[in-house]
Design a protein around this ligand. Structure first.
Ligand code: BTN
Length: 255
């Protein structure tokens, strides 16, 4: 268990919050998954659940998300986009917020592996999971913050890393959470008002796959820009263009 001064308790986090996201703030030393804490149906947009350790952390595609107590940022935020809004775009909106918060706090340059992984170099430092819940979207973020190399999970699709492994020092998880919530609120409000278009330049600047040869769900091609609706553009070997809506990109090489 994390030491008392190091926990993301409400008394530590609340004074750092600068926007409406993070209220109410639900913290527990341990839970199954922060995603489930926000499922009671009555909570307002911006409600956040954080824990030091998950016993049933979930990743994408039915995978588990493992953590070491007190080392990660494990947070979920409840969003309530308008009915009919393309909520799948929220993984890019959230990814941008995570990447910016990480860079500000750790002084690194992170990138986005479409649609929802955050990389430093070629290694994954954070992942995003969107789940729908009774008219809302629970947006879960897991960031490997203070893991030493031996604490990082084995057998993952992408090589994992942590901010500590990258920078050689520990980082302030409470400050990272506050930065993340502020950036998420700002980008979410922009998206809710005007869609993905205003965020595209910032997303494209962090598009880790641009120019790579990838396979996504049976389609192989070279990655072009992220489209205005959040789909990823690919150019197949025969020169034809295709837009991919979802899936995990397997990198086959760079062009
Ligand atoms: C992925 O990369 O597969 C997504 C990982 C998402 C993990 C976070 S940790 C906080 C929230 N609670 C969960 O059970 N999952 C998300």
């Amino acid at each position: 268990m994390a030491e008392a001064h190091d926990q993301l308790t409400p008394d530590v986090v609340r004074p750092l919050l600068r926007g409406r996201f993070g209220t109410p703030y639900r913290w527990s030393p341990e839970c199954a998954s922060t995603q489930d804490v926000l499922r009671d149906g009555e909570l307002p947009e911006g409600a956040v659940a954080v824990t030091e350790h998950q016993t049933g952390g979930r990743g994408r595609s039915g995978r588990a998300w493992e953590d070491v107590a007190g080392r990660s940022l494990l947070a979920s935020c409840l969003l309530r986009p308008a009915a009919g809004a393309p909520a799948e775009q929220l993984s890019l909106v959230t990814g941008l917020a995570v990447a910016e918060a990480i860079d500000r706090l750790a002084g690194v340059r992170s990138e986005l592996k479409w649609p929802n992984d955050v990389l430093v170099g070629e290694a994954k430092v954070a992942g995003i999971l969107l789940e729908s819940s009774r008219g809302g979207v629970v947006c879960g973020v897991g960031v490997n913050v203070d893991h030493v190399a031996t604490e990082l999970p084995d057998g993952t699709r992408l090589r994992p890393t942590s901010l500590r492994a990258v920078t050689g020092r520990r980082h302030d998880r409470a400050a990272l959470l506050a930065e993340l919530l502020l950036a998420l609120e700002r980008h979410y409000d922009t998206w809710a008002a005007a869609g993905l278009a205003p965020l595209l330049p910032a997303l494209e600047a962090r598009n880790a796959l641009r120019g790579a040869r990838v396979a996504i769900g049976g389609v192989a091609g070279v990655v072009g820009p992220i489209a205005p609706d959040g789909r990823l553009s690919l150019t197949r070997d025969d020169g034809s263009a295709v837009l991919v809506a979802s899936g995990e990109a397997q990198v086959l090489g760079s062009t």
